[in-house]
Structures are given as structure tokens and as C-alpha cells.
Design a protein around this ligand. Structure first.
Ligand code: ASP
Length: 422
């Protein structure tokens, strides 16, 4: 690691650590103007929101511009189809595996047994309505690309960007000025992302401090077994499954991967939003992991929208947890139904905080478990959300690196080099 990168990764790590420590200290202060308005609602909120809004500001322009640029430079529609197919297979397979792992953990660790229900704050939840599959498919095509961008509808933006990129590549030299403009715009948005990332350590601090000062640890205690089970799922999936497939498919070092990927994980952890993490994930994939822009600009935004292994793990463990709390035995059919619906529910989950818990109602409904169960975990959902989002974005980058290697679009020299400054 060179000195500058070390200090940038180190600073983000310090921001995270300080956020946890100061957040917990503030949680223990007596309520009042100083704690609630000056610290939590004032300083922490300001620092966190400036950073969060800064990266959110970059998501839509970055996804659109870099994807148009990436697709235009692939120039081969067959290759695009192959990359798309492989990516979806990888994303689905890892998610289905994640749910199965979670169900296994839920079964052996029994997080819902011996729970003191009286100690838990129950919160009412909204139920997600079921959207028919055909509707999901045709709604990927935007009726109006401008409103797709205004609403931040990622799948619609992806579709529009792909068609634009394919159009440019078919027209080739006739539109070389536009192609060049997109290349330059891409450099511009990447530079803007770098500006925003300067605030990452402070922003991460503000977001984490606010979370820990508000959630506090007393609400965690009655649900500790549940939280530990979910986090074991996260750690096993990231540490064993991702490391294993990365090594198995590419021969590359998982240790090196995680060293370079740490800043992305910190942003995911503190924002609890895959969408907000897209800019830094793209940046690290291209500049640190050596994935070509053609691949990353397609697979990372797509992954942020449809690939949510952490969410699937939460949904798997929570299904068992709720079944145990309400004493409902789960048959083999019910378990298989959960694997299927949790995989689909995680695909349908938006990359924003809390979305996965709302989609959980779809999984519970599919096997007739009481939806009120979701209320049991709502009070601590942010703590789980931070972990699952971290796993979600890690899965996107691992699959991306593997696909890039398969396509001959991975620069291993960059992957194996010392980390560069973000
Ligand atoms: N917050 C998660 C994400 O953005 C989605 C979820 O709630 O599970 O990836």
C-alpha cells in the first residue's frame, strides 16, 4: 500500500470506529437539547447528510453515462448478451446459495427460541404488495427516460443506457463526436465522485455516530441471538463463499480483494444503501481491481438493483426466527418455497435503506407466517441493514471480477498492484 492510499483507507476506518464509539457515548447522555438537537440532529446529521446527498447526487449521472460509454465501447451485441446472461446466472446462484445458508443457520442456531417477547419493542410495518412478474418485466422499459432518471428507477435507466450505447456502437464513426463526449463526461463524473469521496471519512463518521446514538445497544440485547445468527451468515457468505468462488474462478487472492475493497464496504455499512455505494464501487472496480469499464459499468449498477445476498440471508434467518417465535413448524416444501421467494424478493428489493425488511412480507406470506413478526425486528433493522448492504455490494464486486476474468477484461496487474489513492 502506498502512503496516500493507506491514509485514505485508514481515515475511513477511523471515521467508522470513532462513529461507533462516540455514537455509543452519546446514546448514554441524558436526552435534551445538547444530545438531541446539537449532536444527533445537528452535527452528526449534517456531516452524514452532506456526504450521503453528495454521493446520491452522482448515482444517476454516473450510472447512465458510464453504462452508455461502456456499452458503446463493447461494440459487440453478442458479447453484451453473453455478459448479461453470465452475470444474471452468477447473481441468482449466489443469492439462492445465500438463502440456503441462512435457512441452515436459522435451523441450527434457533434464534427465535427462548425469546422474551415483552422486552422487544414491536413496531408496525407496511406490507409490500405483490407485483406480477410480467409487470416487473415490462416495467423495465421506461415510458419516459427523463422521469425514470428523476425517479431514480435504476433498471429503467440501465435499459435506456444500453439501448443508447448499442445505438452509438452501431452508428460507429458517424457519431464519433457523441461517443467522445460520453467518454469525456465519464471522466468528469468520475472526477466529481472523487471530490465527494474526500468527505467519506467524515460522512461515514456522521452516519454511524447518528445510528449508534439513536439505536443504542439496549434494544439489541433481547434480539442478540438473532443478530448474531444473521451476522454469522454475512461473515460466512463473504469470507467463505465469496472468497472461495473468487479464488476458484479466477485464482486471484481474496485477501488482496478485501484490502482494496474495504472503503466500499465502509460506505455500504454506513449508508445502508447499495445505490449510494454504486459510485465508489465502480471507482474501485475499475481503478483498483482492474475490471474494465465495459463490464463494471454494466454489472455494478445491475447488481446494486437485483443482487442482494445479504438481504436474502436476513430474509432466510428471519423466516426461521419468526416461525420459531410463533411456534410454527416449517415443512420441506415451505423451506423450498422460502428459497425461491427470498431469491425473488431480494431481486425486487430496491438498494435503499430498509427495503429488504418490507419485501420480507412477501416471503412470510408465501408460507403463511404472521406478518406481525416483522414488527419484532424493526427496531434493530438498521443494524442488520448495515451488514446486509455490505454483503450485497461485495457480492456485486466479486461476481463482476469473475465475469471480467472470464471475458478477458480483467487487468490482473492492476488487481495485484498496491492500492491507489481513491
Ligand atoms: N439496504 C439494502 C441495500 O441497499 C437493501 C435492504 O434493505 O435489504 O442493499
Amino acid at each position: 500500500m502506498n502512503k496516500k492510499q493507506k491514509s485514505s483507507t485508514m481515515k475511513i476506518f477511523m471515521g467508522l470506529l470513532l462513529g461507533v464509539i462516540i455514537g455509543i457515548l452519546v446514546y448514554n447522555l441524558p436526552s435534551g437539547t445538547f444530545k438531541d438537537s446539537i449532536l444527533i440532529g445537528g452535527i452528526f446529521e449534517l456531516l452524514g447528510q452532506v456526504f450521503l446527498r453528495g454521493i446520491m447526487m452522482m448515482v444517476i449521472p454516473l450510472v447512465f453515462i458510464s453504462l452508455v460509454n461502456g456499452v458503446a465501447s463493447i461494440g459487440d451485441i453478442k458479447k453484451l448478451g453473453r455478459v448479461g446472461g453470465r452475470t444474471i446466472v452468477f447473481y441468482l446462484a449466489t443469492t439462492a446459495f445465500a438463502v440456503s445458508l441462512a435457512l441452515f443457520l436459522g435451523y441450527i442456531m434457533k434464534p427465535g427460541i427462548g425469546l422474551d417477547l415483552g422486552a422487544i419493542e414491536q413496531i408496525e410495518t407496511t406490507v409490500s404488495e405483490k407485483i406480477p412478474l410480467v409487470q416487473v418485466l415490462f416495467e423495465m422499459i421506461p415510458k419516459n427516460p427523463i422521469s425514470a432518471m428523476a425517479e431514480g428507477n435504476m433498471l429503467q435507466i440501465i435499459v435506456f443506457a444500453i439501448i443508447t450505447g448499442v445505438g452509438l456502437s452501431v452508428l460507429g464513426d458517424r457519431v464519433n463526436i457523441i461517443i467522445r463526449i460520453f467518454e469525456q463526461l465519464n471522466e468528469l463524473v468520475m472526477q466529481m465522485v472523487n471530490f465527494v469521496m474526500i468527505f467519506a471519512p467524515i460522512g461515514v463518521f456522521g452516519l454511524i455516530a447518528k445510528t449508534f446514538a439513536t439505536v443504542g445497544y439496549t434494544v439489541l440485547i433481547p434480539l442478540l441471538k438473532y443478530i448474531i445468527t444473521v451476522y454469522i451468515g454475512f461473515i460466512l457468505h463473504a469470507g467463505v463463499v465469496y472468497s472461495g468462488i473468487l479464488k476458484g474462478f479466477t485464482g486471484l487472492s481474496p485477501k488482496k480483494f478485501y484490502k482494496k475493497f474495504f472503503p466500499v464496504m465502509s460506505v455500504a455499512f454506513s449508508t445502508a444503501s447499495s445505490n449510494a455505494t454504486v459510485p465508489i464501487n465502480l471507482d474501485v472496480n475499475e481503478k483498483q481491481l482492474g475490471v474494465s469499464k465495459n463490464i463494471a459499468s454494466f454489472t455494478i449498477p445491475l447488481g446494486a438493483t437485483i443482487n442482494m445476498d445479504g438481504t436474502a440471508i436476513m430474509q432466510g434467518v428471519t423466516t426461521f426466527f419468526i416461525a420459531q417465535v410463533y411456534n410454527v413448524p416449517l415443512s420441506i416444501e415451505a423451506i423450498l418455497t422460502v428459497v425461491l421467494t427470498a431469491t425473488l424478493a431480494s431481486i425486487g428489493t430496491a438498494g435503499v435503506p430498509g427495503a429488504g425488511t418490507i419485501m420480507l412480507s412477501m416471503v412470510l406470506q408465501s408460507i403463511g407466517l404472521p406478518l406481525e413478526g416483522i414488527g419484532l425486528i424493526m427496531g434493530i433493522d438498521r443494524i442488520i441493514d448495515m451488514g446486509r448492504t455490505t454483503v450485497n455490494v461485495t457480492g456485486d464486486a466479486v461476481c463482476t471480477t469473475i465475469i471480467a476474468k472470464m471475458e478477458g477484461e480483467l487487468d490482473e496487474k492492476i488487481f495485484n498492484s498496491d492500492p491507489k489513492l481513491l
